[in-house]
Design a protein around this ligand. Structure first.
Ligand code: FAD
Ligand code: NAI
Length: 510
């Protein structure tokens, strides 16, 4: 009875998962055989960027309708939610990268890809200037004409012009950032163990300061403390008494975008993990080995703090890229925007025609998250498919009209053509009536260390569900695993998690 049914369901699900995994792996290894080459006679759609927004668009769009050209200095998609785990080796960086080449080889029609950076968008002449990015010092620039343009170049790390940050801090946005941090952690630890180092210097080297208590700063601090508790302490016991992580946040609490209950949970959790949290503390200056911050005391008075550090991770959010700033300066409708490109409800850049923007390079009412960028990307993919359908129908209607004009008035053939025109015109009107972009918030997740996570979930129309703890961490893991780009990514991430459970993290320096 019951057990037999349960067994059958389990057996069936495992079998279905294996078939699905097998098929996905086969697809990854075998690109489309009947892929047609790019067709330059079609309208040229240039897509800038290979991040959440652009790749989600690329996944959804039927590339046989356009001559699609992708331009990005990064020839892979990066699954950013697991980037903080790469700083300590919990996840190996290649596990969360998906080559753009693989993505485009599986599209209906081939896509041209240039590993390049867009340096100027000339809207007047509908030209993008791109600079070769295959070598560090390349100055090779080319012009790219477009009919349609989608801008998905993301954002840069903000420093608010605070002196010393650009020169001395590590950021956490791209793979090289995570690699640099991973190396620097071990650098500091090995240097701190050097012969006869004085006490103050050893303490400084073992002190990591994280600036910015948003999700990036919180997740990194949590990952680093885990690394210390689970591995470093075991293999290098000499550092145990002085190792310290401090999180500095200008606002009165960390994770400002989460619910109060989860903010409190995170702060309690950090206390238990011995991560010190300094809120209402604004960093003002950074030198080679010290940060200078201004703390607001409970009575409202100010105090200047000097904190020596070995590793400084700067995670204070986003700012606009130069190429976007330049475009904004050249469009009257964008003159008053500071945070990024203003777009209308169809994601068309204000003040333009045939130029769309999505993700972190835009200034909208939504937070700059992967969730928003991905939904905008699939919306735009659908919109381009719809536009192509409308264009095809328009041509068909025109051809039928020409045919009708050559047939005898009142003939049966003419009647049938006219009724066909009517039906296609109806479909054309439907294809032309575009729906605006609507964001559906699924919730926010963040890892807070010691196998615990926090989740603010939207479960029903108006209701929210907030939870924190180990069970939420299991949910965090399964949610991120299911969101990984490909089956290859899913398997690699899962393997990394198992590897770390079995062998621990690697404490070698490279
Ligand atoms: P990006 O994904 O940043 O992509 C921009 C692309 O443009 C890149 O390919 C870049 O190489 C390319 N590019 C840059 N300059 C140029 C140029 N001049 N010309 C052409 N191409 C260019 N969000 C969540 O919702 N959930 C999370 O858990 C989460 N975790 C995160 C963790 C970290 C550590 C970070 C840094 C961010 C996280 N985010 C998360 C935020 C999320 O990653 C961003 O909101 C998202 O990447 C934005 O997508 P995008 O396509 O606009 O930009
Ligand atoms: P953020 O903008 O969310 O947070 C930056 C924090 O730095 C702010 O709280 C700000 O008050 C603080 N700050 C700014 N200047 C400061 C200073 N001088 N001294 C001290 N503190 C200062 O930035 P973050 O965390 O990089 O996130 C960027 C975007 O990516 C956000 O939209 C976030 O939601 C998203 N993201 C989401 C994640 C998740 O859902 N798990 C993980 C990482 C990022």
């Amino acid at each position: 009875g019951f057990w037999k049914t349960t067994w059958r369901i389990t057996y069936g699900s495992v079998f279905a998962t294996l078939i699905y995994a097998g098929w996905s792996i086969y697809e990854t290894r075998h690109p489309r055989e009947n892929q047609s080459p790019p067709d330059p006679t079609k309208k040229t759609l240039v897509i800038l960027g290979s991040g959440w927004g652009s790749v989600s668009l690329l996944k959804t769009i039927n590339t046989s309708n356009y001559n699609v050209v992708v331009v990005s200095p990064r020839n892979f998609f990066l699954f950013t939610p697991l980037l903080p785990s790469c700083t300590t080796g919990t996840i190996e960086h290649r596990s969360i990268m998906e080559p753009i080449r693989g993505i485009i080889r599986n599209k209906e029609s081939d896509v041209t890809y240039y590993e390049a950076e867009a340096t100027k968008i000339d809207y007047e002449n509908r030209v993008v200037t791109i600079r070769d990015h295959s070598t560090e010092d390349s100055k090779d620039e080319r012009q790219l004409k477009f009919d349609y343009l989608v801008v998905g170049v993301g954002a840069m790390n903000s420093t608010f012009g605070i002196p010393g940050v650009q020169d001395h801090a590590c950021f956490l946005k791209e793979i090289p950032d995570a690699q640099k941090i991973r190396k620097k952690i071990m650098d500091c630890i090995e240097s701190a163990s050097f012969k006869n180092l004085d006490d103050a210097d050893r303490k400084r080297l073992l002190h990591t300061v994280v600036v910015g208590g948003g999700p990036t700063g919180v997740e990194f601090a949590a990952e680093l403390q885990d690394f210390f508790e689970e591995d470093l302490k075991k293999w290098i016991p000499g550092i145990a008494k002085d190792f310290k992580v401090t999180l500095v946040e200008a606002l009165p609490n960390v994770l400002p975008s989460f619910s109060k209950q989860l903010i409190d949970y995170t702060e309690r959790q950090f206390k238990a993990e011995k991560i010190s949290v300094l809120t209402k503390t604004m960093v003002k200056k950074v030198t080679e080995d010290t940060i200078i911050a201004e703390a607001t005391r409970p009575d409202g008075s100010k105090e200047t703090l000097e904190m020596p550090y070995g590793l400084l991770v700067w995670a204070t959010g986003n700012t606009v890229r130069p190429v976007i700033r330049d475009l904004m300066a050249n469009l009257e409708a964008q003159k008053n925007s500071r945070r990024g490109l203003l777009v209308n409800e169809y994601l068309v850049v204000e003040g333009t025609e045939g130029v769309w923007a999505l993700g972190d390079c835009t200034a909208t009412k939504y937070a700059p998250t992967a969730q928003v960028a991905a939904q905008q990307g699939s919306y735009l993919g659908g919109l381009f498919n719809q536009l192509a359908r409308a264009e095809d129908l328009e041509q068909e209607v025109r051809a039928l009209e020409a045919k009708a004009s050559q047939t005898a008035e009142g003939s049966a053939e003419r009647k049938s053509i006219l009724s066909e025109i009517e039906s296609r015109s109806r479909r054309l009107r439907r294809s032309k009536s575009l729906l605006p972009f609507e964001y559906s918030h699924q919730g926010s997740l963040a890892y807070v260390g010691s196998d615990k996570a926090v989740a603010d979930l939207t479960l029903w129309a108006e209701g929210n569900f907030a939870s924190g703890g180990r069970l939420t961490y299991m949910f965090w893991r399964s949610a991120y695993l299911s969101m990984c780009f490909s089956m290859r990514n899913k398997i690699l991430v899962l393997t990394d998690w198992v590897k770390v459970k079995v062998f621990g993290r690697d404490v070698s320096r490279e």
